[in-house]
Design a protein around this ligand. Structure first.
Ligand code: ADP
Ligand code: MG
Length: 309
C-alpha cells in the first residue's frame, strides 16, 4: 500500500515508529508536512500540491496533526478524503476531538461516564459557577489546552474564584470540573485501535502534581484495566467517531470518568510502559480497512508532476 503520513516532524518517536511499522510490513510510506501543502479545490479534480508536484496514488493517510495547526491540518486531510484516500481518523472526528466542550457534549449524549463539568465564557459570577460544579475543590481548564498546560486546581472557594476571574480577565472559554481527588494524581490512558483497547497504562503525576501528563514530568506503567474501563474507552472512541485514539479516564468513586479523547495519541509512553507494538497494530488496522487502488490513480506513481495547462 501507499501511505501518506501527515505530520510536521518525522523524527518524533511516534512518527518514526509508524514509518518503521509500515515499512516492516512492506508498505511505501511518505512523510508529508501538511503545512507545506497547497489545496487545489477544483470540481472533478481535487488535488494537493506539495513541493512542486501533485500528490497522487495514496491508498491511506495517517494524520498526526498538532493541536496548534488543527484548522489547516484537517483541511489537508479533508482534501485527501475528497480524493478518495482512506483516512485512519476522519478530519471531522479530529476537529471535534480538539474542542473539549464539543467532545464532552458528544460523550454525554452517549452516556459515557464524565466528571461534573460546567462550561462558561462569562466568569463574572464565579460563585454561581462554582456552585453548579459542586463547589471547591475544582479543576479549571482552558477549553483548548493540551499537555496539562492550562489545567489548574482551585483548592478552596477563594482560590477557585480568583482563578476563574483571572481567566475571565483574558476573555477565554473555560471549564470548571469536579476534582476527582480519589484518583490520587493518577489517570488511565487506553489506546484504542478499531474496536479494541490494544494497550493501557496508568500515569502518575510527579510528586505534588495532580496532573499526570507525561509532558509535565509524570511517569507511566502498564496496567490491567477492568471490563468497565475497557467498555468505557470503546464507547468513548465510538461516540467521537475515532478509529484510533487515546482515551484518558480517572478512577472515580462512581466508576471510570472520561476526561478527554486524544486523536493523535503519543506512542512513546505507552509502547515503553507496556512493550506493545502499538504502531504495528495501527498499520494492521489500516491494512484491514483501506481499499488499495480506490483513488484510481496510476500504480507506482506517488507524485506526479502536473502537466502544464
Ligand atoms: P490536557 O488536555 O492538558 O492533558 P486534561 O484534562 O487531560 O488536560 O488534564 C490534565 C491532567 O490533570 C489529567 O491527566 C489528570 O491527571 C488531571 N486532571 C484533570 N482533570 C481532573 C479532575 N477533574 N480531577 C482530577 N484530576 C484531573
Ligand atoms: Mg490530558
Amino acid at each position: 500500500m501507499k501511505i501518506a503520513l501527515l505530520c510536521r516532524n518525522a523524527g518524533l518517536y511516534s512518527h518514526k515508529r509508524i514509518i518503521e511499522a509500515a515499512e516492516k510490513r512492506g508498505h511505501d510510506i511518505d512523510v508529508i508536512d501538511h503545512l507545506r501543502c497547497y489545496i487545489d479545490i477544483a470540481p472533478h479534480n481535487p488535488e494537493i500540491h506539495y513541493n512542486g508536484a501533485t500528490l497522487t496514488g495514496y491508498d491511506a493517510v495517517i494524520p498526526r496533526i498538532g493541536a496548534s495547526v488543527t484548522f489547516f491540518g484537517t483541511a489537508v486531510l479533508r482534501q485527501f478524503e475528497v480524493m478518495g484516500v482512506y483516512p485512519l481518523n476522519e478530519s471531522v472526528a479530529i476537529a471535534r476531538s480538539r474542542d473539549k466542550l464539543r467532545s464532552m457534549q458528544l460523550l454525554s449524549r452517549q452516556d459515557v461516564g464524565l466528571p461534573v463539568t460546567v462550561f462558561a465564557h462569562r466568569t463574572s459570577n464565579a460563585e454561581e459557577l462554582l456552585e453548579i460544579a459542586g463547589g471547591a475543590p475544582v479543576v479549571i481548564k482552558l477549553l483548548e489546552g493540551t499537555q496539562g498546560i492550562g489545567v489548574v486546581l482551585g483548592e478552596t472557594p477563594k482560590a477557585a474564584e480568583s482563578i476563574i476571574q483571572a481567566f475571565g480577565g483574558v476573555n477565554t472559554n473555560i471549564l470548571v470540573q469536579q476534582f476527582v481527588k480519589e484518583a490520587n494524581g493518577e489517570d488511565i490512558r487506553c489506546l484504542v485501535v478499531g474496536d479494541k483497547v490494544v494497550a493501557a497504562m496508568m500515569r502518575k503525576g510527579k510528586e505534588g502534581d495532580f496532573r499526570s501528563n507525561l509532558h509535565r514530568g509524570g511517569s507511566a506503567e502498564s496496567i490491567k484495566i477492568t471490563p468497565k474501563e475497557r467498555a468505557t474507552a470503546l464507547q468513548a472512541a465510538k461516540a467521537m467517531g475515532l478509529n484510533v485514539c487515546g482515551v484518558d479516564m480517572l478512577r472515580s468513586n462512581a466508576g471510570p470518568v472520561v476526561m478527554e479523547v486524544n486523536s493523535s495519541p503519543g506512542l512513546e509512553g505507552v509502547e515503553k510502559a507496556t512493550g506493545i507494538d502499538v504502531a504495528g497494530k495501527i498499520i494492521e488496522f489500516v491494512e484491514k480497512n483501506a481499499k488499495p487502488g480506490k483513488t484510481g490513480t496510476k500504480s507506482g506513481i506517488t507524485r506526479k508532476r502536473k502537466s502544464a495547462s
